[in-house]
Design a protein around this ligand. Structure first.
Ligand code: F6R
Length: 611
């Protein structure tokens, strides 16, 4: 989604703003802009399309001299992606420039009232209302801080705002509500960003802002105010991952790099949490009594994180012998959910900033449920608002399509299931021991799958020229097929559907015709025979079959299908951990063959901070 950067210091701001925005490109955007405050007031440059267009148009920022400024990458919500709607937006007086992530929900009402006061608007955006409202209040009271306070009292919705005013050429104002924003501390220079990747090249000393807080940045320091606008101090965080982690490191795409990083990521997410064969979740504050007293379990998430929840449902229900409800966050939040005291809501989110997931968390918390989140981005809003957080330690995930975050979320959820099962007394010793041994073996087994990349690339050719692909599977294979299908459609733009194999004959099988590619998942041994009969069923209708199974079933499968890829045998609950790898690679190579923009698929954003 949209990205924000801000810089104030002693060197020219524009090149730093452009560099920061470049590091946020992965979040997805359709236009970009910067505003720099120089000797002659505020200068703005913005343009539709890639950041390179903006960089070329400003000679790498040289055309906008000045030591303080703000920048933005926009992912259109209100108004089409064009130069005018791009941020920053300038106020009527030309003195105030604003960048904004989020949506001002009452912008129309505010706009009408400003129009009545004689204001005119250049863009169709909700953001311009903030610039003009600030202008209006500032003209009235002459105190910019007070004008900001009045503006914040007037706007409803979600926002992270970076604001500059030409009358204060040494300051950036920043505030947030329901959208991420963080402050970076440097030597004689300070920074603002919506995402730590924009800042890591310049500083590792970070403060995460919370809702309602206001920051005023200058080259001398950052003054912070709480929601009552009283001065306050906040805890600083040190970012310890290396800049390389946010660079491609020789790979053609971040997605490929992140696929390849999965053995390491899964090892990091699990190894430190297993000591002498026992799962130790020292980051969990729940007591055994609290775990045993859990009334009902929910898993709430969006997109791929929701798919992890689907796998989790099968695994946790088996391990805990109790009902697990998996909910899409966007549905849960408006469903008047029957959730309350005694219930545990497991929130899964890579970014920790997905707005629907955040809203679902707050809804469940308000109703008295305990919140345990599984999150990748340390210090993110979801992590901070949860009672417990289990971090996935996957490192920065840059490609829009998630891979290593999915794998580590699943690894952590499996650890949690086994841990709870042990405490609740629902998992027998042998199951527990075998699963732990299996988890420790996963990284090496993943390496063997990654080594088959040439074969998977070859198989990709079977799907490249098709418009529709089907994924089928049962049980854990069905849960996994949801993710395989999403990976394919989001980066290759091929329409695909994931179906529980048993459901096909209730309607969808009518879509199978001569040559339709079907990716049949048959890794789950207890249902292998059923998987085979579904293979035969679609084959009889002319489907072209690619199958995913385990090494021990590969030969049997190969007799029936056009191509087969196998994964090492492991405990049933761990099969999706291995099975997802070839499906990610298949999607990647199909998208590559089709010449798609793999790391930045059209219309998508990394962190979805709007509804
Ligand atoms: C797909 C993908 C998305 C995210 C979803 C939730 O590859 O990445 O479906 O899983 O937008 O995002 P997080 O996990 O950040 O809450």
């Amino acid at each position: 989604m949209c990205g924000i950067v801000g810089f104030v210091g002693k060197q020219d701001a524009a090149p730093i703003l452009l560099d920061g925005l470049r590091r946020l490109e992965y979040r997805g955007y359709d236009s970009a802009g910067i505003a720099v405050c120089g000797e002659e007031g505020i200068a703005i440059a913005k343009s539709r399309g890639r950041l390179q267009v903006l960089s070329d148009a400003t000679r790498g920022g040289a055309d906008l001299p000045g030591v303080m400024g703000i920048g933005h990458t926009r992912w259109a919500t209100h108004g089409e992606p064009n130069d005018i709607n791009a941020h920053p937006h300038l106020s009527r007086s030309g003195k105030i420039a604003v960048v904004h992530n989020g949506i001002i929900e009452n912008y129309m009402e505010l706009k009408i009232s400003l129009l009545e006061k004689g204001y005119t608007f250049r863009s169709e955006t909700d953001t311009e209302v903030v610039a003009q409202l600030l202008d209006y209040y500032y003209e009235g009271c002459g105190d910019f801080f007070e004008a900001l306070n009045c503006t914040l009292n007037a706007v409803d919705g979600a926002y992270a705002l970076g604001i500059i005013c030409a009358d204060y050429p040494d300051r950036i104002y920043a505030t947030r509500k329901d959208a991420p924003l963080l402050l970076g501390y440097g030597e004689g220079e300070n920074y603002l960003a919506s995402d730590v990747t924009a800042l890591i090249r310049y500083t590792r000393d970070i403060v995460y802002m919370d809702d309602g807080e206001v920051a005023v940045l200058s080259d001398k320091g950052i003054r912070l105010y709480d929601r009552m606008l009283r001065p306050m101090e906040k805890e600083h965080h040190h970012i310890d991952w290396e800049i390389d982690a946010a660079e491609k490191g020789g790979y053609a795409h971040f997605m490929l790099k992140e696929i390849m990083e999965q053995p390491r990521a899964v090892r990091e997410a699990t190894a430190a949490r297993i000591q002498d064969g026992r799962i130790v979740l020292s980051d969990l504050s729940m007591t055994p009594e609290q775990i045993r007293a859990i009334r009902k379990l929910y898993i709430v998430a969006c997109g791929s994180s929701y798919h992890v929840g689907m796998v989790g449902k099968y695994n946790l229900e088996r391990l805990l012998r109790r009902n697990v409800e998996v909910c899409l966050a966007s549905e849960f939040r408006y469903s008047d959910p029957i959730v309350g005291e005694g219930d545990l809501v497991i929130i899964i989110s890579q970014s920790g900033e997905t707005l629907d997931t955040m809203a679902a968390l707050r809804e469940a918390k308000k109703r008295g449920a305990r919140i345990l989140s599984i999150v990748n981005v340390v210090g993110s809003s979801i992590a901070r608002e949860s009672h417990d957080v289990l971090y996935t330690w996957a490192g920065p995930e840059i490609a829009v399509a998630t891979t290593k975050a999915y794998s580590t979320q699943m690894a952590v959820l499996n650890l949690l299931g086994l841990y709870f099962g042990d405490v609740m007394g629902t998992v027998d010793y042998e199951t527990y021991e075998n699963a732990v041994r299996g988890i420790l073996a996963l990284p090496e087994q993943m390496e063997t799958i990654l080594a088959k990349k040439d074969r998977i690339r070859e198989m990709a050719k079977l799907c490249v020229d098709h418009d529709d692909v089907f994924f089928i599977g049962r049980n854990l294979d069905y849960a996994l097929s949801l993710e395989g299908s999403l990976k394919l459609k989001e980066i290759s733009y091929i329409h695909s559907e994931a179906y529980a194999s048993g459901e096909l004959k209730h309607g969808t099988i009518s879509l199978i015709e001569d040559g339709t590619p079907v990716i049949a998942l048959g890794t789950y041994a207890p249902l292998f025979d059923k998987a085979m009969s579904n293979v035969v069923e679609v084959q009889a209708r002319g489907a072209k079959l690619i199958a995913l199974t385990t090494d021990s079933h590969a030969a049997a499968m190969a007799e029936r299908v056009d191509a087969v890829i196998s994964i090492p045998d492991t405990e049933a609950m761990l099969l999706p951990q291995l099975g997802v790898v070839p499906l990610q690679m298949l999607a990647y190579y199909i998208a590559l063959e089709r010449g798609c923009d793999i790391d930045k698929p059209r219309n998508l954003a990394k962190s979805v901070t709007v509804e």
